[in-house]
Design a binder for this molecule. Structure first.
Ligand code: GRF
Length: 200
């Protein structure tokens, strides 16, 4: 495990950890919403399972502490998740937001955060769960975004919010994807705000 920055635990706001494996644009949207006051939370930690994830650079720019925990360094999934759990506990994390975290969460992390762990998925679930949801939904002409509570399944937890994203006839996939991500970046902070405020 590599620690990139130390954490500030002075804030009275609910403390949120974001888990990401890739670019981290949703992590950045959440962190910016918190920093500008539209999300009443402290995005207190970024957790990555890939040490070259773009999200880590975004965290450094935004001043958010980040850690990289490489699953290859742990003998079992349980041991990997236990390492993360210790860090979450040490950082007094109350909520977890998965944002492009490309792993199924196991019971070691799920049980302590049940009802307080959310995920964003780029389709109108239950349609197109799992990988490649964007091209699959684009081809089917049925685009959208879902934010849901995390359970043990693949994109199966109770849905908190959904927003369709129109597919414009003749539009290339890349343009659709850009619009879809903009919808994600607006929707995810709103839904997290509602969850934290007890409104979902
Ligand atoms: C997003 O489309 C999210 O819905 C999905 O993975 C993608 C992550 O993108 N779960 P980013 O890393 O936040 O840019």
């Amino acid at each position: 495990m590599r620690s990139v920055q130390s954490s500030n635990q002075d804030s009275a706001l609910p403390r949120v950890a974001v888990f990401a494996s890739g670019s981290g644009s949703n992590f950045e949207a959440l962190a910016r919403a918190a920093q500008t006051g539209s999300l009443d939370a402290d995005i207190a930690l970024l957790v990555c399972d890939k040490c070259d994830a773009g999200a880590i650079g975004r965290a450094q720019k935004l001043g958010v502490p980040s850690i990289c925990v490489d699953p290859a360094d742990s003998p079992t999934k349980e041991a990997y998740e236990q390492q993360i759990l210790w860090t979450l506990e040490e950082s007094q994390i109350q909520y977890v937001a998965l944002a492009g975290y490309m792993r199924l969460v196991g019971p070691t992390l799920l049980q302590p955060y049940e009802g307080r762990m959310v995920n964003i998925h780029p389709s109108l679930l239950p349609a197109f769960p799992g990988l490649n949801a964007i091209p699959r939904s684009f081809e089917a002409g049925e685009g959208g975004v879902t934010v849901h509570l995390v359970d043990s399944g693949m994109d199966t937890g109770p849905i908190l919010a959904q927003q369709p994203v129109e597919i414009v006839p003749g539009e290339p996939l890349e343009a659709f994807e850009t619009r879809l991500h903009s919808v994600e970046h607006a929707l995810y902070p709103q839904v997290l705000q509602q969850l934290i405020g007890g409104l979902t």
